[in-house]
Design a binder for this molecule. Structure first.
Ligand code: ZN
Ligand code: ZN
Length: 320
C-alpha cells in the first residue's frame, strides 16, 4: 500500500497514522495495545505498516505483533474488536489489484501504480453481443439446459452467432467488467469446429484475460454462507435455489483466486462428483484455513446442473 491507503486502512481498524514516516514505514497506535501492551494503550505510536506494492507487512515495535494486513484484521476480529472490517478489506483488495483509491501526489508512485493497474474490459464488449434472453424466453441452447429467463437475465447471458457460443460477462467485486466467457453450444458444428474443441473459452481483450476473477464477485455477500459451484451452468442451477453462489470458471483454482475469497466467513463447495471436483475441494479448504469450509459431495459422475433446484436446496439447506 502507499501512504494514503495505509492512512485510510489504519483509520478503518481504529488507529491513526502519525504524520511522519520512518524510512518506508507508516506508524500508528498499536491496535493490539489493549491485549498486548502493559499499559493497555500505545501513546508512542509503535505499530508500523510497510510501504510497498500490494498488501503490506505490519510490525509493532513495542509488543512484536506482526503479520500482513489481512491477518491483522482477522486477529482483531477474533479478539472481538469492533472496527470497519469491510472498508479495511476493500483497501487491501484495491492494493492487491494495484489500483490507488486516492490521487497520488508523487509522480513516480503514480507511474508505478498505473503499470500495475488491473486489466479492465470496456463495458461495450459484452453489450456488443445480442442478449440470449428476450421477452420472457431464452436462447434454445439455454432452454435445453433448463435455464429460466430470470437467471439468464441476471447473468446477462449473450450469444455469439459467429463462434456459436453463449457468453456471460464476468464482473469483479467493484462491478467492473473483467472477462467475457463463452460456452460452446453446438459441438459438431461445421466451420467453427476447430474452436468448438474447447468447450469453455475466455475471450481475451487486448490479448489478456483475468483468470483470477470469480464469476459472482459483484453479487457476493461475504457475511452469508457462500456456495461455490463448478461451472456457469452449475451456478445457474444453484441460483434458482440460493442466490449467494459463485464459480471459479477454471478447472484449477489459483492461489490468487482463492485469496479473493478470504473475507467470506463460511464457504460450501458444490463441485462435480469426479476427481477434479475432489482436487478443487481440497485446494479450496487448504487455501482458506481461517474460513469455515464445508463440502457437498455429489453422486459420482454428476454435477450441480444435473440436479433440480429442489434437490440442490435439499443438499445445502442443513449446511446454511
Ligand atoms: Zn503493539
Ligand atoms: Zn458441471
Amino acid at each position: 500500500m502507499n501512504r494514503p491507503q495505509i492512512e485510510q486502512w489504519l483509520l478503518a481498524i481504529g488507529s491513526e497514522a502519525e504524520s511522519s514516516s520512518v524510512s518506508d514505514w507508516v506508524h500508528g497506535a498499536c491496535p493490539f495495545a489493549h491485549w498486548n501492551h502493559e499499559s493497555g494503550t500505545d501513546s508512542n505510536p509503535s505499530f508500523g505498516v510497510q510501504l510497498g506494492p500490494g498488501e503490506s507487512k505490519t510490525y509493532c515495535l513495542a509488543c512484536g505483533a506482526s503479520g500482513k494486513q489481512y491477518d491483522v484484521m482477522l486477529k482483531l476480529k477474533h479478539l472481538g474488536l469492533q472496527f470497519d472490517f469491510h472498508t479495511a478489506a476493500e483497501l487491501v483488495y484495491a492494493a492487491e489489484d494495484g489500483e490507488p483509491l486516492v490521487e497520488l501526489p508523487d509522480p513516480y508512485e503514480k507511474q508505478f501504480d498505473e503499470k500495475a493497474s488491473p486489466h479492465l474490459y470496456p463495458e461495450w464488449l459484452a453489450e456488443a453481443f445480442e442478449p440470449a434472453y428476450f421477452a420472457g424466453d431464452v436462447h434454445p441452447s439455454l432452454a435445453g439446459r433448463g435455464m429460466p429467463f430470470e437467471i439468464a437475465e441476471k447473468l446477462n447471458m449473450r450469444y455469439d452467432p459467429h463462434r456459436l457460443r453463449v457468453l456471460f460477462p464476468v464482473l469483479d467485486w467493484r462491478g467492473r467488467l473483467r472477462g467475457l466467457h463463452g460456452r460452446a453450444v453446438c459441438l459438431p458444428c461445421g466451420g467453427a469446429e476447430w474452436e468448438q474443441e474447447i468447450p469453455y473459452k475466455a475471450y481475451p481483450y487486448e490479448g489478456q484475460t483475468n483468470s483470477h476473477i470469480w464469476l459472482g464477485e459483484h453479487w457476493l455477500d461475504p457475511d452469508s454462507p457462500v456456495v461455490v459451484a463448478e461451472s456457469v451452468f452449475d451456478l445457474a442451477r444453484v441460483m434458482e435455489a440460493y442466490s449467494n453462489v459463485i464459480s471459479p470458471l477454471t478447472a484449477t483454482i489459483s492461489a490468487a483466486k482463492i485469496k479473493r475469497l478470504r473475507n467470506a466467513s463460511r464457504v460450501i463447495t458444490l463441485f462435480d462428483g469426479d476427481k477434479a471436483g475432489e482436487r478443487g475441494r481440497i485446494k479450496l479448504a487448504q487455501g482458506l484455513p481461517t474460513t469455515n469450509v464445508k463440502h457437498v459431495v455429489l453422486p459420482p459422475g454428476t454435477d450441480a446442473g444435473d440436479h433440480t433446484a429442489d434437490e440442490i436446496w435439499g443438499l445445502i439447506e442443513h449446511l446454511l
